[in-house]
Design a protein around this ligand. Structure first.
Ligand SMILES: C[C@H](N)C(=O)N[C@@H](Cc1c[nH]cn1)C(=O)O
Ligand SMILES: [Zn+2]
Ligand SMILES: [Zn+2]
Length: 477
């Protein structure tokens, strides 16, 4: 059974309505990493519950307990568990997406208000925080449900939905929930396969299916010394300065070429085979694509396979920011008393967070000791997750490949993603099912960045793709 034409017609005819739905979702600033935005994350869960229920989904908001954030104990946003269909003769597909977003301020350099969807009629871009990561793809599933309901077409599969509000902040509480709800008689019982739409095409033209993700270890390195901020004219060169120590240590983590300097890290990486190298060579990607999506000609190598492998199959270490440092306009002559450097390492097979933690913490302590500073150092892992790989020859991928050909008229590339969705591995291991990553947006969407966008055609064709995929899964033996 191919997806009924009535479904794709409905999606085309209701494109503007679906864009309004995205605008409503983007207008809720559900930033999970900032305690002062927590109520908005809850509001987003309430909004989605109502949308799902109006389309016949049985929904439960599951409380996940509390967390410490910015020195306060606050409630975690709920996981949204939804269920529709219970036909033993149909396959059951698990769906995951996240409804929280990365922080965004107009002062970061956005051209428009990040929480007011800007519909650029000329370029077809839908610009706003979360448009691509991950509100657009999440709403794609809701659009698919609406198309079935409004056209009076029965879903070809049963669905078990799991939407979370903490993905951008370590998915706290979710692993435990999945493990609790796996097994006979539990919520996830009977799931045959999983689909996650939460990453991006490699370029701007070729749809892809993704069978690997990097893991992550995220660190906070804090240096303290003075009892309070000091005047640099009064105390400069009289005392050890935390910021000077921090910059020294952070500069010893990675080279400008991206080589990780923490001893032992590279030894944990699975060796490259000739066969694997060929897979990167066959992907539709060029240095021009890197330049276009990065917004400048700054690739670390001129050989595209090397650049791709650096994203997909080698670890990377990125320096993200310094909490407590002076960053406002003007020229304040301060010696900050306490500064925390944030950095993360993306993990690939066979790296385990526990081994990486040990190597990083020992190395940072050693580097700090070499400074002979009287300040104090502390290194903590804020969150982490293992890398994940799936079998891309599984029927779940075959179904997605057929759906891609039906919607886009071409075969998808098979990619590995440089980003992390730690819960992917939990679904695979706890439920023992194949997980597919089926991205909606393009490689230049600017997820986590300023002016994040989703192209109108990716949103609408992507909605068709998700719907068609369900019909292709229903045909699998
Ligand atoms: C790929 C996915 N859409 C994503 O952006 N994941 C985040 C997960 C994360 C980890 N720490 C904070 N966010 C990512 O890869 O950065
Ligand atoms: Zn993200
Ligand atoms: Zn995401």
């Amino acid at each position: 059974m191919a997806a009924p034409a009535k479904l794709t017609e409905y999606i085309d005819q209701n494109a503007d309505k679906f864009i309004d739905r995205l605008a409503k979702a983007v207008a809720i600033p559900s930033v999970s990493g900032d305690a002062s935005y927590r109520q908005h994350v809850f509001d987003m869960a309430t909004y989605l519950k109502a949308e799902l229920e109006s389309l016949g989904v049985k929904v439960t908001l599951v409380e996940l307990g509390k967390q410490m954030l910015d020195g306060q104990e606050i409630q975690l946003p709920p996981a949204i568990l939804g269920e529709i269909g219970n036909d033993k003769n149909k396959k059951t597909v698990g769906l995951y997406a996240h409804y929280d977003v990365q922080p965004a301020l107009i002062t970061d350099g956005w051209d428009t208000d990040p929480f007011k969807l800007c519909v650029d009629k000329e370029t077809g871009r839908l610009i706003g925080r979360g448009s691509s990561d991950d509100k657009g793809p999440l709403l794609g599933w809701i659009n698919v449900l609406e198309a079935h309901v409004k056209q009076g077409i029965e879903l070809p599969v049963n669905l078990k939905i799991c939407f979370e509000g903490m993905e951008e902040s370590g998915s706290e509480g979710l692993d435990e929930l999945i493990q609790r709800e796996a097994g006979p008689g539990k919520f996830f019982d009977g799931v045959d396969c999983f689909c996650i739409s939460d990453n991006y095409w490699l370029n701007t033209r070729t749809p892809c299916l993704t069978y690997g993700l990097r893991g992550i270890c995220y660190y906070k390195l804090t240096i303290t010394g003075p009892g309070r901020d000091l005047h640099s004219g009064v105390f400069g060169r009289m005392v050890h300065e935390p910021m000077t120590d921090l910059i020294q240590v952070m500069s010893k983590l990675v080279t400008p070429q991206g080589d990780i300097l923490v001893p032992g890290i590279n030894d944990l990486v699975a060796p490259l085979t000739d066969e694997e190298r060929k897979r990167y060579e066959s992907l539709d990607y060029s240095i021009d694509d890197v330049d276009a999506s990065a917004g400048a000609s700054i690739a670390v190598a001129s050989d595209i396979s090397t650049v791709l492998m650096n994203r997909m199959r080698y670890p990377s270490l990125s320096l993200h920011g310094i909490e407590g440092a002076f960053y406002a306009p003007g020229a304040k002559t301060v010696i900050p008393a306490k500064v925390s450097g944030k950095f993360s390492i993306r993990l690939v097979p066979d790296m385990l967070p526990v081994d990486v933690d040990r190597l990083v913490i020992d190395y940072v302590q050693k580097c700090f000791a070499q400074l002979n500073s009287k300040n104090k150092v502390e290194v903590e892992n804020l969150h982490g997750g293992k890398p994940w790989m799936a079998d891309p020859t599984h029927w779940n991928y075959v179904a997605a490949s057929k759906a891609t050909e039906a919607v886009y008229g071409r075969k998808p590339d098979l990619t590995r993603e440089g980003g992390s969705i730690p819960v992917t591995l939990t679904f695979a291991e706890a439920l023992g099912v194949n997980v597919l990553l089926l991205p909606m947006g393009r490689g230049d969407d600017g997820a986590h960045s300023t002016n994040e966008k989703l192209d109108r055609s990716n949103y609408i064709q992507g909605t068709k793709l998700l719907g068609t995929y369900l019909w292709e899964v229903s045909k699998c033996a």
